[in-house]
Design a protein around this ligand. Sequence first.
Ligand code: SF4
Ligand code: SF4
Length: 346
Amino acid sequence: MPEKILQKEDAKDLLRVCSREHELFAPVRDGSRIIWSPVAPDDRLEFEFSNTDLSPKGFMFPQTERLMHFKNRPEDPQGMIMEQEAGLSRPRALVNIRPCDAKAFAVLDLVFERDASSTDVYWKDKRENTLLIGLACKHPCPTCFCTSVNCGPHHEEGLDVLLVDLDNRLLVKPLTASGEKLTADLPDAGQADIDQAAEQKQEAEAAITSGVSLDSIASRTVLEEYEHPCFERIFESCINCGTCTYFCPTCHCFDIQDETQEDYGRRIRTWDSCMSWLFTHHTSGHNPRGTKKDRVRQRFMHKFKYMPIKLDGAIGCVGCGRCTSKCPVNIDVRSVVNRMNESISE
Ligand code: SF4
Ligand code: SF4
C-alpha cells in the first residue's frame, strides 16, 4: 500500500473522518504524565512524548470488567438465568499509540485468541472494534530495548496505520484494509518524505543502545533455566508490590470473582499479579509459588521462557521499559534477563 502524506495541521481532518465511525482516544498531557484520554477531532494531539504512563492494555483488557450477570429464580423451572454483558457500543480508534504497545496487543492475541475453542470473547470484541493508528518513536527512552525483543521504534505489527512525524508533516503508512480505507483520500507521499522517514527509523533504532540477549535462555531446557543460580539473588530486593505487572502491556494474569446480593449476582474479572502471594494459593493451603523467589522467577520465566515455548517464539515483552522505570527498588528487566542468559557454570 503506498505511503501518504498529511500536513500536521490537517491531522484534525483525518480525525474527523475517523470519528464518523469511531470514538477517539489519544495520549494527552496531564501534568508531568502522558495519559490516554478521549479526544475530539479539533483537540491538539501530542507528538512529543516518550510513552504513555499506563499502557493502553486496559482498552482491550480492562482493569475491572463485568463478564456476565445472573439472577437466581428458585421458583422458575429454568432456574438461574445468566446473561453475557453487551460488547462495545461503538468502535474505537487509539490514535498515536506507540508501536511497542500495538505489538503487545499482537502478543496478547496469541494468548486470548489462541484457537477457536478457547477464544476470549471479551478480548476479541474489543480487538475487532478498535482501530490502531500508531506513531513511530523519534526519541526512545533510555529504558527502551524494543529492538532486542522482536519490536522496534517503527514496528508495524498490530497497527492499522503508522504515522511518522516529519516535523510539520506526517508520513502516513496504511497497513490494513481499514487503514487504507481511512487514508484513501490523502495524497501519495513523495520519495523525499519516504527517505526522511527511513532515515528517522535508522536514527531511532541506533538510539536504543541497551538490549537483552536470549540465545542461551532459548537453547536450555525449562528445568535448566529454572534452576539458574541467578535466581538465588535476583529476588532479594523485590518487595512484590506488583507495580511491574500492572504497568506492563503484556502481563495478563487475572482473577474472576462472583459478587452476589440476594438473588442477583455478577461475574467480574480483575487484573491480578503473579507477584502476589495469594495468586497461586490453593484452597488446600498449598502454594506452589509460596516464596518471593518463586514469584519473581515466575515473572521472568513466563515472559522469556514459557511464552516463547508455548507461543511459537513470541516473547512476553516488547521492551517498553515501563517495569524498569516504575519499579520502586530499581529492578531492571534488562539486567535480570541478561543474567538469566549467562552461562550456568559461572
Ligand atoms: S515493581 Fe519491582 S519491587 Fe515491585 S513487584 Fe515488580 S520487580 Fe518487585
Ligand atoms: S516486561 Fe517490562 S519492558 Fe517488557 S513489556 Fe513488560 S513493562 Fe515493558
